[in-house]
Design a protein around this ligand. Sequence first.
Ligand code: 6PG
Length: 247
Amino acid sequence: MAERETIVCQDVVELSRQSAQCFSHLARQSVEVSGCFTVALSGGSTPKHLYSLLASPGYKERVPWKSVHLFWGDERCVPPDHAGSNFRMVQESLLSKIDIPPENIHRMAGEREPQAAAAAYEKNLQEFFGLENGALPRFDLILLGIGEDGHTASLFRGSDALSETKRLVAAPYVEKLNSYRLTLTLPVLNNGAEVWFLVTGNGKAEAVKEVFSGSSDLPAAKVQPIDGKLTWFITEDAAAGLSAGGK
Ligand code: 6PG
């Protein structure tokens, strides 16, 4: 079982503040050690609060954006200007407000045929991280959320993508959404140096409780970094099913 830290926050404002402070500290530390900071961003509404805060005065100056490389943990199979695009959400909440080199933005091509987009992103990862012979990328930070059904990234219960052991990026068809998605696979998520879940809302309490039970086969429960740190930033309402202290 990966080392897990749980940070219970009063509300999404505090969750965003705490995670933003940790993000800027980790970014500076990574850039000092290795010269860059690689992040796989989550989609959804919760992380949008974090992205907006990171883009705000008093926060954006604390992150060495010129050495930060932003990737996506998953993407909807839509054009980048589509209302459902995770890229568009990040573009509007963060990228449009910070000074980051365009070459540091590594977008998943949601507009392409899904399998081709997945293969292209996998190639991008292999080239950027200098990977050979099936090696895995090691992101400095991977941001994730959890759905009320226990999905994470675009890994949904019953999906073949959950049992992918070789490919870095998959393009599963998600029955319940009647659409394809692009997603990093579990081997990549579990190779992250730091993996954070950002979780708010009472609707997530059941899924969170099940994941924390230690005996769940929900997709989010399969995120167990092999040699990395797992941190849950979770608001009190989403932690309602946990014992005191978020255990
Ligand atoms: C997406 C995300 C998805 C998200 C969860 C939780 O593309 O939507 O990757 O996995 O993290 O659905 O979303 P919220 O944080 O908005 O509840």
